[in-house]
Design a protein around this ligand. Structure first.
Ligand SMILES: [Zn+2]
Length: 217
């Protein structure tokens, strides 16, 4: 199928990727993370049923084979754990599909509304090394999100700019003053130079936007 450019809106946006929210836009819009709590609970529940049943089947198989030299059984002969395996996989696939669907809607929306979208290179976030579960899930979403933005911008004649923004949470987006590092708990702050009051995430998104606009001239 042929892909046509989407109409230009002359709007630009910077996005700060987060864990509590998937992304915070430079205009203050927050895009929440995808969550499917009920499905995730089911997946976790079937995951542990699966492990338990597999363990039990392994023990039963070994015992049977130890006592019956002529009629051996295999692990696959125990249907109970295989059913759990299938149920678990079905829930996991459902979650993955819904998340993909959510990210599709979000990225299509962004590409429709903005001509230039600036995101930061996620390597600068340094979260790849982080083993915390919430962050590893966020990571997966971020990469999927970025990939979708990349090809959709190409399809629809929009521009995606990836910047390796540094100190985006330290610099005042109004005057450029570097106010130094702030603990993550500090969600709002006032610039010591120009007295501008900032929401931490929105300020970072504005810095990312400015950085990207500067990069493309
Ligand atoms: Zn300032």
């Amino acid at each position: 199928t042929e892909v046509h450019d989407l109409p230009k809106t002359h709007q630009t946006v910077g996005l700060d990727m987060g864990v509590a929210d998937l992304a915070i836009a430079s205009n203050g819009v927050k895009y929440g993370t995808f969550n499917a709590r009920w499905l995730e609970k089911q997946a976790t529940c079937w995951q542990s049923k699966f492990s338990r049943r597999k363990q039990r089947a392994t023990v039963a198989m070994r015992q049977w084979n130890h006592h019956h030299q002529l009629s051996k059984v295999e692990l696959n002969d125990y249907q109970n754990w295989q059913r759990a395996k299938m149920t678990k996989a079905r829930y996991q696939a459902k979650i993955a599909n819904q998340r993909k669907d959510y990210l599709h809607k979000l990225t299509t929306d962004l590409v429709k509304n903005y001509d230039v979208i600036v995101i930061e290179d996620l390597k600068t976030k340094n979260l790849m090394r982080n083993h915390h579960l919430a962050k590893s899930i966020a990571n997966a979403s971020w990469y999927q999100f970025r990939t979708m933005l990349e090809y959709k911008c190409k399809w629809y004649g929009k521009q995606l700019v990836v910047v390796s923004a540094r100190n985006t949470s330290r610099i005042c987006s109004a005057c450029g003053q570097n106010d130094g590092p702030k603990p993550l708990a500090i969600r709002e702050w006032t610039c010591s130079e120009c007295r501008a009051h900032h929401d931490r995430d929105i300020n970072a998104a504005v810095n990312i936007l400015n950085c990207g606009l500067k990069a493309i001239g």
